[in-house]
Design a protein around this ligand. Structure first.
Ligand SMILES: NC(=O)c1ncn([C@@H]2O[C@H](COP(=O)(O)O)[C@@H](O)[C@H]2O)c1NC=O
Length: 507
């Protein structure tokens, strides 16, 4: 019980004053006295409670336009002195420093100021110095001091006061200290993001309000998303987003962003199982669905055009989890909302993070996102036969899909429609065989189709299998010491092959 402490004096310095009334009144009833900075002091006194001015404690006024108000040994000595350290105690007596056992801070709203589009000078003034120092000091001395570092901790503090009066245990204080360091590290990360010219692009484990997810990869795993989902999407309908939903949504967005033409795509487990570019949304949907109507069940749908009622009625014939579009006609929404759980998302104008992170072992991997897109000018012919104009369009189309498919990946395309992909196989030959078999099972005629490979061909086996399936043109990165084997085969059998020089592994 030795670690139980009673709060006697609180330093309160909050930017937003709301939400504190009941806490302050309760603390007052428990005999706690207050010391406060200008605006907060006025707020406390307006509640009819006594409050000392921090200026009277320090003997200094607030100076430099409020940049220095609590930064003083009388304040920090009162927080940081170790109650069981003789030297510390002698010094606080010598310098007449009153002890402070509770610190309540609500920091200057830095992120909100940045988001409001304010001028740089206004933003810089919202970098809290005194408040963050108070938080760090009080959290460091959690053995003796309670730190309430943001409004999010008002409720736990109120609960504590209701349960125990002004008494706190070491466990209570340590919990508040942990929360305080989450606030201070999140705050500094936000400031770093502002100064970093790749804004928002780095890993911020400490963002203040992660999005709660329905569950993780499996229902027995809890999960959170550290990001700003609502900046990217408006959810119009459906159940709470899950971890797998987010992975699929990310894959869907990355895929659709490759296409300028009107396109519809269906994804399952992060890979496209159907995609087509067409002159109107109904045709695009129908030809995407034809790619693999079996896998489409329970899939993620994405398009880069408005969803109208006609296509909504077509889509409604199958079960799917999520639909993403830039806009929906009102009558289309009525149709899509018929199923209660369906997640309907409007994609907003908002950039995705240009960096990728992945946790493994005891750390986090970071890499630039694969943002390389190949156009016609990037295609280098490798064979005597050159691809036709139609084949070039299909090769570029296939290359965009294979880039967004799990390696080893092979994609077969005809007339800007995905015929089939082979994905996530340990050998490229297996990927190709899987794709050919799948295309056949959905009645695709591969004569005149094209093949994309996410990495080079070490042997001629893939082009040989492709040729026998009717494929007439191939796109690949090139760069194998054995490129010649595949090129020779294509020359002997009249296939066109182009290389891009860019590998698109996706593990
Ligand atoms: N400069 C200081 O010494 C200082 N001490 C506390 N603050 C902040 O001042 C705000 C409260 O000011 P007021 O009580 O005057 O409204 C709080 O957000 C607190 O985090 C300070 N301001 C910025 O650093």
């Amino acid at each position: 019980m030795a670690a139980t402490k009673r709060i006697k004096r609180a330093l309160v310095s909050v930017y937003h004053k709301d939400g504190l009334d009941e806490i302050l009144k309760k603390l007052h009833r428990e005999g706690v006295s207050f010391v406060s900075t200008g605006g907060t002091q006025k707020f406390i006194e307006d509640l009819g409670l006594p409050c000392d001015a921090v200026e009277d404690l320090t003997g200094y006024p607030s100076i430099l336009g409020g940049r220095v108000k609590t930064l003083h040994p009388k304040v920090f000595g009162g927080i940081l002195n170790r109650r069981d350290n003789e030297g510390d105690q002698a010094q606080i007596v010598q310098y007449e420093i009153p002890e402070i056992d509770l610190v309540i801070v609500d920091l200057y709203p830095f992120e909100e100021t940045v988001a409001s589009g304010a001028e740089e000078q206004a933003i810089i003034e919202k970098i809290d110095i005194g408040g963050i120092s108070l938080i760090r000091a009080a959290a460091k001395n959690f053995k003796d001091v309670v730190i309430v570092a943001s409004k999010a901790q008002y409720q736990p503090l109120m609960q504590l006061l209701n349960e125990k009066g002004a008494e706190t245990s070491i466990e209570d204080r340590k919990w508040f200290a942990k929360e305080a360091f989450a606030v201070s590290s999140g705050y500094d990360s936000a400031i770093f993001n502002y100064f970093d010219d790749r804004q928002g692009s780095h890993f911020r484990a400490a963002v203040d309000d992660p999005m709660h997810l329905r569950y993780g990869e499996n229902p027995h795993q809890a999960a959170k998303f550290y990001g700003k989902f609502n900046n990217m999407f408006d959810q119009l309908h459906g159940k709470e987003i899950s971890y797998n939903n987010l992975l699929d949504i990310d894959s869907a967005v990355n895929l659709i962003d490759e296409f300028d033409e009107l396109t519809f795509a269906i994804l399952k487990h992060n890979n496209a199982c159907g995609i087509a570019s067409r002159g109107n949304v109904v045709e695009a949907w129908k030809d995407a669905l034809a790619g693999d109507p079996v896998s489409a069940f329970g899939g993620i749908l994405i398009t880069n055009t408005t969803v109208n009622k006609e296509v909504a009625e077509e889509i409604n014939k199958i079960f799917f989890e999520v639909i993403i579009a830039p806009a929906y006609d009102a009558d289309a929404l009525e149709v899509l909302k018929q199923k209660k759980n369906r997640i309907i998302l409007v994609r907003k104008e908002c950039k995705t993070c240009p960096m990728q992170f992945r946790s493994l072992l005891n750390g986090v991997l970071m890499q630039e996102k694969d943002l390389s897109i190949q156009g016609e000018a990037d295609l280098e012919p490798m064979t005597e036969k050159k691809p036709t104009a139609q084949e070039v369009e299909d090769l570029l189309f296939a290359n965009k899909i294979v880039k967004n498919s799990k390696s080893n990946a092979i994609t077969l395309v005809k007339n800007k429609q995905l015929c089939a992909s082979g994905i996530g196989q340990t050998s490229r030959v297996d990927s190709l065989k899987q794709a050919i078999e799948k295309a056949a099972s959905f009645n695709f005629d591969l004569n005149g189709a094209v093949m994309a490979s996410d990495a080079f061909f070490p042997f001629a086996d893939c082009v040989e299998i492709a040729d026998k399936a009717g494929i007439t043109a191939v796109i690949q990165p090139g760069g194998s010491i054995n490129d010649k084997l595949s090129v020779d085969y294509c020359n002997e059998h009249g296939l066109a092959m182009v290389k891009t020089g860019i590998r698109h592994f996706k593990h």
